[in-house]
Design a protein around this ligand. Structure first.
Ligand SMILES: Cc1cc2nc3c(=O)[nH]c(=O)nc-3n(C[C@H](O)[C@H](O)[C@H](O)COP(=O)(O)OP(=O)(O)OC[C@H]3O[C@@H](n4cnc5c(N)ncnc54)[C@H](O)[C@@H]3O)c2cc1C
Length: 298
């Protein structure tokens, strides 16, 4: 479900005073969050207070974290790239090296709302909101991203699909993406909008295909969003070892529709969304396979 909520308190209801405390360091931010009465603020667009009101105790201190150096860096190593959780979606979208490695991520980030909103919101805030219809988490799930999660006491790693397990006092520091293996890897993101203009997805699908030198599928991953418990990684066990043909694409589409549980809402009934999941899985897998064949994802 989307983050645009209508359950804000009435404007004449008594309000608890809220303070904004800007931390000078990551350690200070974590200490503030450990108090239990504080909430992190990324872009601040996702109605942090409204969200916190449903997740008691309600925050009385807001802690802006997007400018902390540990949350704003993009660093590359031989086998992975680490993207700071405080980066604005516009900055993630503009990273040409990331686009070359993981076009699925760039496409998903670039499909969020409008350019003006993407300049305000952060990758970490988008993930921490744990909204099944958000776009970046679907692509990051397909790409095998992991979250570095910090608290005053510990550092742990979470899968994107477990973002809802973030605990009070925890902060997403960065998102770590494995670099595609050498060879022919392609990836693609498909967001289906009912109205055709910017809005939350009716369904969203991300696909990653890796081919070996002979064109045989070594890896096929599909993630589906806007479904219960999403993003959901589809079980495609056994769909390797052949070529990407219509039979394989159809089977991936069938499993994506059968293995996910969309809910009926203003964007469509559950059965309609299941058909759209199948269709957009076909498109995502086909585009990812074309890119893999061209070596576009290398
Ligand atoms: C009009 C509109 C349209 C939108 N359309 C889309 C869309 O099409 N697709 C889409 O994917 N999204 C969409 N969004 C959501 C948007 O992309 C952001 O994800 C969302 O607004 C929150 O991002 P933020 O950086 O503002 O986070 P905030 O509002 O600052 O925080 C959101 C939540 O995450 C927590 N948080 C923030 N940063 C961290 C961190 N580093 N670690 C742990 N917790 C943290 C906060 O405490 C809060 O609970 C839309 C939003 C709006 C307002």
């Amino acid at each position: 479900m989307t983050t645009l909520h209508h359950d804000l308190a009435a404007t004449d209801a008594p309000r608890t005073p809220v303070t904004m405390t800007t931390p000078g360091s990551l350690g200070e931010a974590l200490a503030l969050l450990a108090g239990g009465q504080a909430a992190a603020v990324g872009g601040g667009v996702g109605h942090t207070l409204a969200r916190q009101a449903r997740r008691p105790p309600r925050a009385t201190t807001l802690v802006p974290v997007a400018s902390l150096p540990e949350l704003t860096a993009v660093t590359w190593s031989d086998d992975h790239v680490t993207v700071g959780a405080g980066l604005r979606l516009s900055a993630v979208e503009a990273d040409t090296r990331l686009r070359a490695a993981w076009p699925v991520v760039t496409e998903a980030v670039g499909s969020v709302a409008t350019a003006r909103i993407r300049r305000m919101v952060t990758l970490g805030g988008n993930i921490a909101a744990a909204d099944d219809s958000h776009d970046p988490p679907v692509a990051l799930a397909a790409a095998g991203a992991l979250l570095t999660v910090r608290s005053a006491r510990s550092t742990r790693t979470l899968r994107i699909t477990d973002a809802a397990d973030l605990r009070a006092g925890e902060l997403i520091q960065d998102i770590r993406l494995p670099l595609p293996a050498h060879g022919q890897t392609g990836s693609a993101y498909e967001k289906f909008l009912v109205r055709g203009v910017w809005e939350y997805a009716c369904v969203n699908v991300a696909a990653v295909v890796h081919l070996d030198d002979s064109g045989t599928v070594e890896r096929l991953t599909v993630a589906v969003g806007s479904v219960t418990g999403g993003p959901v990684l589809v079980d495609l066990a056994g769909l390797r070892g052949g070529t990407v043909d219509s039979a394989l694409t159809e089977e991936a589409a069938r499993r994506a529709a059968a293995g996910t549980r969309p809910y009926g809402d203003v964007r469509g009934s559950a059965p309609y969304k299941s058909r759209m999941i199948a269709e957009f899985t076909r498109r995502a897998v086909t585009r990812a396979a074309l890119r893999a064949a061209e070596g576009a994802g290398r």
